[in-house]
Structures are given as C-alpha cells and as structure tokens.
Write a new protein. Structure first.
Lengths: 327, 525
C-alpha cells in the first residue's frame, strides 16, 4: 500500500484560512481605520478605541447570529424586535430587584429559544421563505411590544449594570462577552458537524440532503442560536440603559445593519460561503465609519447616504472579484 | 452517531477478491425492471447482471433508458415492476441512502460537490468523523488522504483544498473517492469522460482498472464505443427501453454494436424535404468558431433549408446554439449573417439580428409559465421596444391572433396561462414568439422533446412551412429518426467540433459512426 501523504500541518492550514478572503477584508478594515483616524486627528479630534469597540458590541453580537442563519441560506429580519423583547422583558421582570436577576435572564433566554425555534420551524416545516417568515415574526413581535409597553418598563438592578459598564482592568466585560460569542460561533462553524452541515445546506441544500444531512435540524439550530445572540444583545443594552423600551431594537437598526455587516464581511447572502471573522471586520468597519462621521459632525442624512454607498460599493467589489476569478 | 469506517483500504480489498468471484452468483442482478413516467414507458422488463471484478458497459442511444435504469439501481427512482438482487438476495432501495449503505455508489454526470468546501469536507459530508458533536478534522483529512492515495492522486489533490480550485477531472476523482468512501461494492459511472481530455481519460481508465482488480463491480455508461471496448468485459445494449442483448466485448465488432443500438423503423412520416430551387442564399455562416469546449466550428445554413445537428449528449450541440444566440458567444472565429460579419455578444443582439432560439428546456428558458399566451408571444418583441406596451389589449389582439393561427395554436383564449397548455401547444407559443420578431434564422433545440406523436407531426409541418417561406433553420435533435426525416443536410458533432456532414437521407448507422468516432464501415444490413 502506498504511504498516506502527510496532511498539511496546523500552521499551513491556518495560513490558508487567513490568506483568502478574510485577509482581504481585514486589509480593508485596516485601511478604513487608518483613513478615518487620520481624518479625525487632522480635524483635531480624539481617537477613542474602547468606545468604538463597546459601541460595536450590540451590533456585533446580532451580526454573528445573523451570520449563522445566512450561511445556512436563511435570514432573520426579526432580530431588532427580538432585542427589544429581551430588553423590555428583562427590566420588566427584574423590577430593580437583584434577587430577580436570574429569573429575568432565564425567562428572556427561554423566550429567545422559543422565537428562534418558531422561526426555524416555520421556514423548514411550513416551507415559508425566510424573508417572509421572519418579516412576519418581526411584525408580530412589534405589535405585541407596542400594545403592551409604551416606554421604559421596570428597571434592572444596579448590579446588573456591571455588564454594560464594568471591566476587568482596562477591558470592558461587554467586549469579553462579544469575543466569547465570536469564539463560540467560530468553533461551531469550523469544528462541529453542525457547522459543516450549515455550510453544506447554504451551498446546496440538494447536495446536502443527498449526502444524508438532516438539513431542517441544522437550520432550526442556527435560528435558535441567532435568537440567543439577540438575547445577549438585549441584555447588554438594557444593562446600559437601566430599563428596556420597545424602540431600543428598531432604533439601533439591528435588522438591516446586521445583514449589511455580514455581507460587508464577505459572507454570501445566498449562503454557504463566509464566516464570523469576516463579520467582525464588517461590524468594525461600520463602527469606524460611524465614529468618523460623528467626529466630523457629518449631517445625519448625508451619513446615511455615505454608508449606503460604501456598503453597496464593497459588495459590488466582492462580486466583481468572484466574477473575474471564475473559470 | 454515524459509524464511519475510515480504514478504506480494507473496504477496497475485502469484497470479492481480485481473482474474479464465483461465476455462479452475480454480485448484482436486476430482473425485469419496468418503469414508466406519466404513462410513457421508459424501461420494459430489463435484465442486467454484473459480476464482482467486472466492468460492465451499458450502451444505447439517448433516451434508450440507461440513466433511468441506473437511477433505479441507486434508489433515486422506484421501479414499477422487477427486482434487484445483491449476492442473490432481494433488496429494495426507497432512498439513495439505502443503496449507499448496501454498497451501491453512483457518480452522476453533474457532480454533487460543494465548490466552497474542501475535498475532505465534501467526501465526508453527512458522515463526518466526530467525537460527540466535534468534527475530528485531522481524522477526516487523513482518511481523505488515504482515499486519494488509493486512487494514486495524493500528489495532485490535497484534502484541504476547496473543490472550486480543482479541475473538472480532479473533481471527478473526488467524486470517485466519495463513492468509494461508502465502501462501494458496485460503482456506477454515468458518462464519466464527457468533460475530460484524452490524457485525463487515460488516467481515469487506470483508476477504473485498479478498482476492478480490487473486486468492485463497475457499471460503465457511455456513448463512446472506443472506451466501452477498451474497458469492459461485457456490454449490454438498450434500445427504446428494452434490452437488446448482453454480449462479450471481445465477441462483437463495433459495427455490429452500432446496428444493435440503432436498428429500428421510422415511426411517422415527415413532410417532404426542400427542393433545390427552394434553397436560397447563405443566411448564417460560422467559420472556426470557438468558445469553451467548442473548437473549429464551421457551418452554414441557407434560406429555405433545415440543417440537422446531430451528436451525442455532451458533444457540444446546445453550446453551438447558445454561442450563436449570444448566451455564451464565440470568443474566436467569424459569424456572418446574410454575408455580413457580425459580432453577437448578447441574446438581445441576436434577436435584433433576426435570430430566434427555441431552447431545449421550454418551461425554464422558453416560456414564462404563469403568463398568458399573449404576453409570452409578445415577450421578445416587447423587449425590443417595438410593441406598443400601452396600447389596449383589444387593439393588440389581431396580430397575436394571427400568430396563434399561423402556428395552429390550440388554447382556450389568448389570455390563458401557458402552463395549462400541452407540451406541443407550449412549443407553438415559443415559435409564435419568434415569428413575432420576424426571425429569419431559427435554432430549434430538441423541438419535439416530451411532445406526443400527433403534436410532433404538427411541429414538423410548421418547421417545413417556415423553411419554405424562406427561413433558415438549424435543428438540434437527439432523435435520429427526426434528424434523418427532417434535415436537408446533417451535421454531426463530436467532442466540441463538427465531425462531418451527411446528405439528407443518411442512415442512422452513418450518423452514429461519425458521432462516436468509430472508423469501421458498416455494411448496410
């Protein structure tokens, strides 16, 4: 028998991972950072990296969840309202009482799992297009929220606000939480059967099915995980605001912005290609731009125009790149 | 958890043994397999048996039922009647998964690989070696490396490369490795050489022989008789869903085999062919056209004539049509319309130049199914901006009505959605679309596929009438009787180029010999 060739070692594998699209996106990130910081300093402003990062956390966690569903060929338009549901329910249940903290957290996690399960089952079981299924979920959640709560409901105890404001040395808790979410998602995608199957389903559901993959299961799992990232985001936001209100999610624009971050990070909207590391870069690019526009006091409407142009231009560049490299 | 046997070398050697298994009981025995689709019989009581360590070829014309038979073996279709025996025991495959578990692996013409995933990830998709939920990437890549080493390609294909970076031949090797990873005992290869270069074909053959020596039974589906004779021990010939015979490959000559494949009667009358005076100037001419796998494509079509374009699946006939119509335009060579050189870079330009294309897949490419007869008939014309869109339907009606009359359309009304029409009438709507643009060069790709016999004759009459009124028609068809019955001249394609031209009334055997590349002259039976 012929000797089996050596499998590439970890170093070459890691290099191969980095040398592809992800490297390109981080190159773009570095460029955006240099340009925006240059402009800020030139205008006599100050760079506040920690601040930029903390402001990336909320969008970042949702975007990581969004990455999972998009990789599987799905989508979640209801994330913003899921964030609101968590924020409102957490402060409503806790009512400023430290003893009710765990109860509040348990309830919002349970609600999150239920919403993710419902999204996943509607998409896989009833065969409803993910766009419509999660748009419907968004409307339902919005209706329930707005009919039950006018404004801030209850409050979280001061202890809970540590999540939003506390830190270990110079590193805020929230950034550690975000890193943990990224790490877990990266590990799931790279090293578990769930992750492998998710990529396969997004790449070609037919091929996945013919290879014996239970595609519904993996997709439902991705939706539940996505909802859990919304729960974490909701908890983070309510810890900073002290109380939740129905508008915190939609005002943060997490729905479309999370999708923009995912796509900006190089993940194909049709699924099967990409990953969370790219999404992190996408989120940071959006935050850096935000920070730049704020420091330069760019008009709000002009800000929207600029961000829109940048997102579309970036995706057009990716698409041209992959078009040209086609055989 | 799925139990994956990673020691593939034992999987290859444990079955059968290389010295030829017991000749008594075939490894695979298919008995009386019968199948019809929508009442149309595709297979009629077909028998097939394969020994361990044997390469058994299955040959036949397009539509003879080869692929259906293999899909039944692989569990993708269920037979209406008949049984499958493995090692003498009857098995039933309700799902491809069950066939795989019994050691039946099939490599389809279109590969089932995920381009963005690595070789190892593709091979073990759905059966990843894992500890709990965590995939053992190292074990997976090592097992893949072993599989690739078995096939002798460990140097050229790395388990960690994304599949999109591989050549077609390498992707096929990955498919073979995937098939073997199921501990295959029976490997079905459906037209495996269709996309390969001669050098790659040789490498594939070596691999097939290696598998054969290890006791696998290989079912080899191919149009290419040269390959069939080179590889196989026995050959089963199918024709029109029936088994003609199973012969030892050293006991039959290629010419005899071709006769077995094609020998049949014409089943309906065709309209009379064009007379010399009806054939006019050259409307369409291609010189040395090339794109993708097409090369040195030379052809001309004159006003008033129907030129048949014959060839085996994968020879490049549809590609010629798509190149002419600007879908994937020729990148080299000269195209002339009515004697003037043109460069057609898009379908829009082709339509403006007076070309119409009736595609092979009527429902996907020819029609917008949920729209009306009227909207479909005017689709191409409107895209040119020549139909006044705002005009009320009443005023538009006469012209569409004329078109419908010309093609003898049978529909409840012009507002009927085309999805409710029969295949023949749908094809007439596509034809009306091109009559609306006054196309003078018409390309028909499988004009009567899936159309019942009566409607077929109607389409044939229409094509001839169009030719008589001055249109130049290029007709691609896999049905030899249609090619012979309709064409004023016949071009035969092989391997991406025009292999030769035959006059009207050529025999099926002449066409098949050109199409397969067999040199031996066949004495007319």
């Amino acid at each position: 028998m012929i000797a089996a060739p050596a499998t590439p070692n970890r170093a070459t594998r890691a290099w191969r991972d980095l040398s592809t699209d992800t490297a390109l996106i981080y190159g773009v990130l570095a460029l955006v950072a240099l340009i925006s910081w240059g402009l800020i300093l030139a205008n006599g402003g100050q760079i506040n990296l920690a601040n930029t990062l903390v402001r990336s956390v909320a969008l970042g966690m949702v975007a990581v969840g969004q990455t999972l569903v998009i990789l599987g060929g799905s989508l979640d338009l209801s994330v913003a309202y899921q964030v609101s549901v968590t924020a409102v329910m957490a402060s409503y249940i806790m009512q400023g009482d430290p003893d009710r903290m765990l109860l509040g957290i348990a309830v919002v996690i349970a609600i999150g799992i239920a919403i993710g399960l419902a999204n996943g089952l509607i998409i896989t079981g009833l065969g409803v297009n993910p766009f419509i299924a999660t748009l419907g979920m968004a409307l339902v959640l919005r209706g329930i929220l707005n009919s039950s709560f006018d404004n801030f409901a209850g409050a979280v105890p001061a202890e809970f606000q540590g999540l939003g404001y506390g830190s270990i040395g110079p590193v805020p808790y929230s950034i550690l939480l975000f890193l943990a979410v990224v790490l877990v998602a990266w590990f799931l995608l790279r090293h578990t059967r769930f992750g492998h199957h998710l990529y396969a389903i997004g790449g070609s559901e037919e091929t996945a099915r013919l290879s014996g993959v239970r595609s519904a299961r993996a997709l439902i799992g991705a939706h539940i995980l996505c909802s859990l990232t919304c729960v974490l985001t909701g908890l983070f936001i309510v810890s900073r605001l002290r109380a939740g209100a129905p508008w915190v999610g939609p005002d943060g624009n997490y729905g479309l912005e999370s999708i923009a971050a995912v796509v900006l990070g190089g993940t194909a909207l049709s699924g099967g290609k990409g990953g969370v590391l790219g999404t992190v870069a996408g989120v940071l690019i959006l935050s850096l731009l935000d920070n730049l526009f704020n420091q330069l006091e760019v008009n709000t409407y002009l800000k929207d125009v600029l961000r829109g142009v940048i997102i579309v231009a970036a995706v057009a560049a990716y698409s041209m790149r992959s078009y040209r490299s086609r055989p | 958890m799925t139990n994956v046997d990673l020691s593939t070398s034992t999987a290859l050697t444990a079955t059968g043994g290389s010295d030829g298994a017991d000749p008594g009981v075939p490894l695979l025995h298919m008995r009386g397999i019968t199948k019809s689709f929508f009442g149309v019989p595709v297979l009629d009581a077909v028998d097939l048996d394969v020994m361990a360590g044997e390469v058994h070829a299955v040959v036949g014309e397009n539509g003879a039922g080869k692929s259906t038979l293999m899909k039944i073996l692989a569990g993708a279709y269920q037979p209406d009647a008949g049984s499958i025996l493995l090692d003498g025991e009857e098995v039933r495959f309700g799902h491809p998964r069950q066939a795989q578990e019994q050691g039946v692996s099939i490599i389809y013409q279109e590969f089932n690989l995920l381009p963005e995933r690595t070789v190892a990830q593709n091979i073990f998709l759905g059966r990843e070696p894992a500890r709990g939920p965590v995939v053992d990437n190292r074990a997976m890549e090592e097992a893949t490396a072993r599989l690739l080493a078995e096939l002798g390609v460990q140097g050229s294909i790395s388990p960690g490369s994304p599949v999109r970076e591989l050549s077609v031949a390498q992707q096929q090797t990955v498919e073979i490795a995937k098939a073997l990873s199921f501990e295959a005992r029976i490997l079905v290869m459906d037209e495996p050489t269709a996309a390969l270069s001669p050098h790659e074909v040789d490498a594939l053959f070596e691999r097939v022989r290696l598998l054969q020596q290890r006791g696998l039974a290989v079912l080899y589906i191919s149009h290419r008789l040269k390959e069939v004779f080179e590889l196989s021990r026995r050959i089963t010939v199918l024709k029109d869903g029936r088994k003609v015979d199973t012969v030892a490959s050293d006991a039959v000559r290629p010419g005899e085999l071709v006769r077995m494949m094609v020998g049949r009667e014409l089943d309906h009358y065709f309209p009379p062919r064009a007379t010399a005076s009806e054939i006019g100037d050259v409307r369409l001419q291609v010189g040395s056209g090339a794109v993708g796998k097409l090369h040195n494509v030379d052809l001309e079509v004159r006003a008033g004539e129907i030129v048949g374009l014959a060839g085996l699946a994968g020879a490049g006939r549809t590609e010629v049509a798509r190149a002419l119509f600007g879908v994937e335009p020729f990148t080299a060579g000269i195209v002339e319309l009515n004697g003037k050189p043109v460069r057609i870079r898009s379908p829009r330009q082709a339509i403006r130049s007076g070309i119409g294309f009736l595609t092979e897949d009527r429902k996907l490419e020819g029609l917008i199914l949920p729209q009306s007869v009227r909207d479909n008939a005017l689709l191409a014309l409107r895209s040119l901006g020549q139909a006044r869109m705002n005009e009320r339907p009443v005023k538009e009606a006469p012209s569409v009505l004329d078109l419908a009359r010309r093609v003898e359309l049978r529909a409840a009304s012009l507002e009927q959605e085309v999805r409710y029409l029969s295949g023949g009438n749908q094809q007439k709507v596509v034809l009306a679309k091109w009559l609306a643009t006054r196309a003078q060069i018409l390309i028909f790709d499988e004009p009567t596929r899936g159309i019942d016999v009566g409607a077929k004759a109607g389409i044939h009459e229409l094509m001839r009438e169009l030719a008589r009124s001055g249109a130049a028609i290029l007709m691609i068809s896999s049905e030899l009787p249609e090619v012979i019955g309709m064409s004023d001249r016949i071009l035969v394609m092989r391997d991406g180029t025009i292999a030769g031209e035959l006059p009207s009334g050529a025999s099926e055997a002449q066409i098949m010999l050109l199409a397969t590349g067999e040199r031996e002259t066949v004495v007319a039976a």
